[in-house]
Design a protein around this ligand. Sequence first.
Ligand code: ADP
Length: 192
Amino acid sequence: MNLVLFGPPGAGKGTQSKILTQTRGLPQLSTGDMLRAAIAAGSPLGLTCKALLDKGELVPDETVIDIIAQRYDQPDCAGGAVFDGFPRTIPQAEALDKMLQQRGRKIDLVVELKVDDAELLARVENRIKAGGVLRSDDTPETLAHRLEVYYKNTAPLIGYYRDQGKLQTVDGMAPVEVVTATIAGLLQGLRP
Ligand code: ADP
């Protein structure tokens, strides 16, 4: 089974992906995590992407399409995966469809986590106040820019997947367990 989770930064994609990994055994393919790992490792990919991530800009489509294709061909993705933070643009969505088609697979479900901007900002501010390990792009200023990038580049995926009949919108303002249960219900309703 292949699932796509998308929504604005801070919507809870990572949280729900990790739960799906535990409950369904589907690996979480987070391009954000992969890029941060490349930066931490100081690899050539990391060096070229760091400034973009810090500013809240998207890295080039070809870069993330390549890293996703390499990751998806690992044996643990034989039963599918949860895509978290990918695709983020229409060309990425088209590349994902093509990649899966070439492997005789398809996206089964796309979940849009809907959360309003004020709540997203409050979540980042709470993380800052809590003083946990912060990402360099987790500041109110960068979040505002990441949101702009989301509405401009990523929100058009709503129409793309709606036209394919794959989109389900879930209220991401609900408590984590409620969101988890809602997604579980959607998965149960999928036709084989
Ligand atoms: P969030 O969903 O909280 O914004 P992510 O961890 O998914 O965070 O992404 C962090 C950053 O990594 C993005 O702001 C962007 O710079 C880069 N990135 C992640 N995924 C992609 C992608 N699919 N395409 C382009 N850039 C990406």
